[in-house]
Each structure stands twice: as structure tokens, then as C-alpha cells.
Design a protein around this ligand. Structure first.
Ligand code: GLN
Length: 347
């Protein structure tokens, strides 16, 4: 059985291309200027082969997808228990930057994939030397990308100038002792990490480190421990797409995904590969409309193929075993007949 990933992706691309729903993010003024027509899909399989269609070299701000990589670095450096204790993995039924959620949730930080927990995760790396602090976080994204990523200067300045909600969230967390560095410096580094520019190709490669148990498909560097990758995926599943996360899980069956308001979405499909989609118009939750649609179709087709293939392989193995047994029996029968014939002839 041959999986034609290219055909699945091309057909889905054409089907989803015509969707006109969604609006580009505008609460960060520079994001409102992004080209809404950018549409790209990239896929990296478990061997590191990449296939892309559309504007796969067009760059958008990584935004919340960066949370996944800073969290991964934190798990690697501090261990799972520290993250469970200092950030938590609770779900949220409120928007990703909700002040109410920061005040009312039990942990205040909620989880690493909403702004509250993400800014607190970045603050775990706080260093008095701001440049060192910033470079450590930005360099981590480069390690996952396997190359030097560029900062979207205009996006960074635009987000910095309008960062009041994130500053408020950080001060609320500080007041509950749930913030681990100086507020303005940590929020600034968080804003930097969100403003890094990526294409769908970059995203697919970055995500495949986690899909592939910690090994970068191109540089072959061991970036994360396999057990940490499992933990990261488990933590991501119920939270990566905000209030839509549960619906996504029901629709795709426990496939971890992370979106960002720049229009990117990253989908980690176990044992198959990593899918990245870029299309800036967003739905009410802040997830790319085309990204969710194309992601759901492709993920389900790939999973369906894999299940069918597993069953097919199992059936093939069973038939092979049966034939082998039958042949063995036949061989013994023939041998016996021959010996009997010889014996009779001697007589
Ligand atoms: N930088 C954005 C913010 O802090 C990221 C949000 C997102 O992508 N959901 O609001």
C-alpha cells in the first residue's frame, strides 16, 4: 500500500483555497497589514522528507506557536515536575489572554500555551542581563529551526507598543507569586519570541523535532529527550488551540496542534509526520480558518491510511505465516511419501 501524501495535500489545498472566512488579527496593528491571501502547506515525514504547496516561503510572525518551543526548552532544562508545579496544564474555556482567567483560575498561569502560562514560562529563564535572556530564548527557536530565523522588527515594535494586556497579565501573575522574573524584561523577551518570522517550511521542520522524539530531521541534533517529547505532546493536546482544543481532539483523535495569531498552525501526527499550515485569516478563537480546515482533512486522511495500512500489514503477515505452515506440512508429507516409497522398493 502506498501513501500518496502529495496527492492528499494537493487536493486539500485546492479544496480549502476557496474558503473566504476569517479575519486577520488586528489587536496587534502590524498584524492587520499581513496579506490575507498567503496560503501554504508543508509536511515533513518521519524520515525528514519535505513536501510543500502554495506560498511556503512567505513568512508570518510565529506568535503563539513559539510558546511550544520555549515550553520545550523549559521542560528540558527544569524537568516535567517543575513545569507542572510552576505553570500547570489546566484547560481554559476563556480566550488566550483573558484577565478574568488569570484572576479566577486556580493556578493563574493556567497552561503554557495561553498567554498567562507562556509569559510565565519565558520568565523562568529570566536573567538580569536582558540581552543574554533575550538571546537564550531567540536562539532556542533557531535550534528548532536548524537555521537563523529573522525577527519581524515592525511586528515586534507594534506588539510592544500595544502590549498592555500582556503586561497586566504578568503583573497579576506576579501578585499571586506565579511569575518568575522581572515583569517588563520578561514580557519584552516574550514579545520578541512571538515576533520571529517563519514560513510553513520552517514551522514543519521545527515541529518535527517534537514529533520525532527530539531529533532534528536535518541537523540530526538531539534537542529533546524522547520522554520529554511525549510529555510536551500530552500537555499540548488539550490546550494548543485554546477553546477549540477539545473539538479538535474529538475530530482528529488526540493529535497535538498549536496555532498562532500570525496565521500559522502546527500539527504533530504521531508516527506519520509534521504538518504546518500558514493562512492569516483567523476564526473567533484566534486559529487560522484554512489551517484548521486543511489540518483536519489531511490529519484524518493520513491517520485513516495508517490504520488501514496497519490492518493490511497484519493480515499480510497472518497469510504469510499460514502459507509457511502449509508449505512446511507439504514438505514433510512429501518427504514421508518418498521415504515410504524407498522402503517399499527395498522390500
Ligand atoms: N503575541 C501574541 C499575544 O501575546 C500571541 C497570541 C497568539 O498567537 N494567540 O497576544
Amino acid at each position: 500500500m502506498n501513501l500518496n501524501i502529495k496527492k492528499i495535500i494537493d487536493e486539500t489545498y485546492d479544496k480549502v483555497k476557496v474558503i473566504k472566512d476569517g479575519k486577520v488579527a488586528s489587536y496587534i496593528p502590524q498584524l492587520a497589514k499581513v496579506d490575507p491571501n498567503i496560503f501554504a502547506i508543508s509536511f515533513v515525514d518521519t524520515k525528514g522528507n519535505m513536501y510543500s504547496i502554495g506560498d511556503s516561503d512567505s513568512k508570518v510572525a510565529i506568535e503563539s506557536i513559539s510558546k511550544l518551543f520555549t515550553f520545550s526548552k523549559a521542560v528540558h532544562k527544569f524537568g516535567e515536575n517543575t513545569l507542572l508545579e510552576k505553570i500547570g496544564v489546566g484547560g481554559s474555556s476563556l480566550p488566550f489572554n483573558s484577565i478574568i482567567a488569570a484572576l479566577e483560575s486556580k493556578t493563574h498561569t493556567i497552561n503554557p500555551f495561553v498567554n498567562q502560562g507562556a509569559i510565565a514560562t519565558t520568565s523562568l529563564f529570566y536573567d538580569k542581563n536582558h540581552k543574554k535572556f533575550k538571546n537564550e530564548i531567540l536562539n532556542n527557536l533557531n535550534i528548532f529551526a536548524g537555521k537563523q530565523l529573522k525577527l519581524g522588527e515592525k511586528i515586534y515594535h507594534s506588539e510592544s507598543e500595544t502590549n498592555n494586556t500582556n503586561m497586566a497579565l504578568a503583573y497579576i501573575l506576579k501578585s499571586f507569586n506565579r511569575f518568575y522574573g522581572q515583569v517588563p524584561s520578561s514580557v519584552d523577551v516574550y514579545t520578541h519570541q512571538c515576533s520571529v518570522l517563519v514560513s510553513s517550511k520552517d514551522l514543519a521542520l521545527m515541529g518535527s523535532v517534537i514529533t520525532n522524539n527530539g531529533i532534528h530531521p536535518k541537523t540530526k541534533k538531539h534537542i529533546l529527550k524522547p520522554e520529554h517529547c511525549q510529555f510536551i505532546k500530552r500537555a499540548l493536546r488539550p490546550a494548543g488551540l485554546y477553546e477549540f482544543s477539545n473539538t479538535w481532539i474529538v475530530k482528529t483523535g488526540c493529535v497535538a496542534a498549536k496555532s498562532g495569531v500570525g496565521g500559522g498552525i502546527l500539527i504533530l501526527i504521531p508516527d506519520i509526520g509534521t504538518l504546518a499550515i500558514v493562512s492569516p485569516p483567523l476564526d473567533e478563537y484566534g486559529n487560522s480558518v484554512k489551517g484548521i480546515k486543511a489540518g483536519e482533512i489531511i490529519t484524518n486522511k493520513l491517520l485513516h491510511f495508517c490504520n488501514k495500512n496497519k490492518k493490511h500489514k497484519k493480515a499480510k503477515k497472518k497469510t504469510k505465516k499460514k502459507t509457511k505452515k502449509k508449505n512446511k506440512k507439504k514438505k514433510y508429507k512429501n518427504q514421508f511419501k518418498k521415504t515410504l516409497k524407498k522402503y517399499r522398493a527395498r522390500k
